[in-house]
Ligand binder design. Structure first.
Ligand code: GLN
Length: 314
């Protein structure tokens, strides 16, 4: 097993779980409350290797909305189906210091900064929707299922959460105003809301990370979730933009591509090695789970996963 974990990896996860269990900082996002997911205390850590070994601790079978963790996956789907040029004609690849749901930069630059913030992700959902209005949702669910290793499912209260999303509606209208998306704004936003309200548990999300670590093939099912040649772009933008306006801080501290969602999940990827997922719903001001960030940083350090901290082999 080329990606076998150190013999004490399970004990390391147990120790870190116990260390961060008492941490109670942060607050729940309104989108989480709108879904009725008040599981403030949910906490789970999972680690999946690129060859399918899986370790986990805590509430690892509790499903929660993946929210923005869907963004890199839909970005990959758009690269696979529409190509790099079609996507990046409309969405840039620059990190931003604005909040994930900001309209400010769009208003100034007339183009979303990157696919990991709402303006960029809504543009990508709109491109996929307009390319195939009848088939985009099924295609998206099939792709998410390929990463998760089982059919993708929606949160039972998904439609309730969409009703409050006025800021996303404003973003979509501004995108329409700048001719970045087509006329069917409702269709684009429905697809965007569906991607955000797909549910997964922590073990399944670790396998999403492992799939990206494994060149796009889900290690347990052997199914390809994204073309091999597009994994690099997805991981690069997760690294530079995946933690919103604290992406620089994250890169500096952890050195791994990652993506957070306001549901409280974060996935991180050690390319070629493993994926880590942590769920803990309370968020910091940037919209990133407080406990998940702390836990992933500690796991990455314990396993020596930061490539920038690697020592040359002697
Ligand atoms: N559904 C949320 C929104 O659109 C997802 C954002 C996120 O996870 N940061 O605001």
């Amino acid at each position: 097993m080329k990606n076998a974990l150190p013999a004490d990896a399970a004990a390391t996860l147990d120790d870190l779980f116990a260390r961060f269990q008492p941490l109670r900082e942060g607050s729940l996002n309104p989108a989480t409350l709108a879904l009725g997911d008040t599981g403030e205390d949910h906490f789970a850590i999972a680690l999946a290797t690129a060859d399918g070994e899986l370790l986990s601790v805590g509430d690892d079978a509790v499903p929660f909305a993946i929210q923005s963790i869907s963004k890199p996956l839909l970005y990959g789907l758009a690269l696979d189906h529409l190509g790099r040029d079609a996507v990046h004609r409309r969405v840039d690849v620059e990190p931003t210091t604005e909040a994930f749901n900001s309209l400010t930069e769009l208003e100034e630059d007339h183009r979303p900064y990157n696919p990991m913030v709402n303006a960029g992700a809504i543009t990508i959902s709109a491109l996929l929707h307009h390319d195939d209005p009848d088939g985009a949702s099924d295609r998206m669910m099939a792709m998410l299922g390929d990463y998760l290793g089982r059919p993708a499912r929606q949160h039972p209260r998904a439609d309730d959460s969409a009703r409050g999303a006025h800021r996303n509606r404003a973003i979509a209208h501004l995108l329409r105003h700048f001719d970045l998306i087509g006329d069917d704004i409702d269709g684009a936003l429905t697809l965007y809301n569906r991607q955000c309200t797909v549910t997964a548990d922590t073990r399944e999300l670790a396998l999403v990370g492992a799939t990206l670590a494994n060149g796009g093939v889900q290690p347990r099912t052997g199914r390809r979730a994204i073309a091999a040649g597009n994994v690099r772009d997805v991981l690069t933008l997760m690294f530079t933009c995946g933690m919103y306006d604290t992406s620089g801080q994250w890169a500096y501290n952890v050195g791994l591509p990652a993506k957070s969602g306001v549901g409280g999940g974060i996935i991180a990827v050690a390319p070629g090695k493993f994926g880590i997922a942590v769920i803990s719903p309370p968020l910091d001001d940037a919209g990133n789970s407080v406990r998940a960030q702390r836990a992933i940083t500690a796991i990455s350090n314990a396993l020596g996963a930061n490539p920038y901290a690697a020592r040359p082999a002697r």
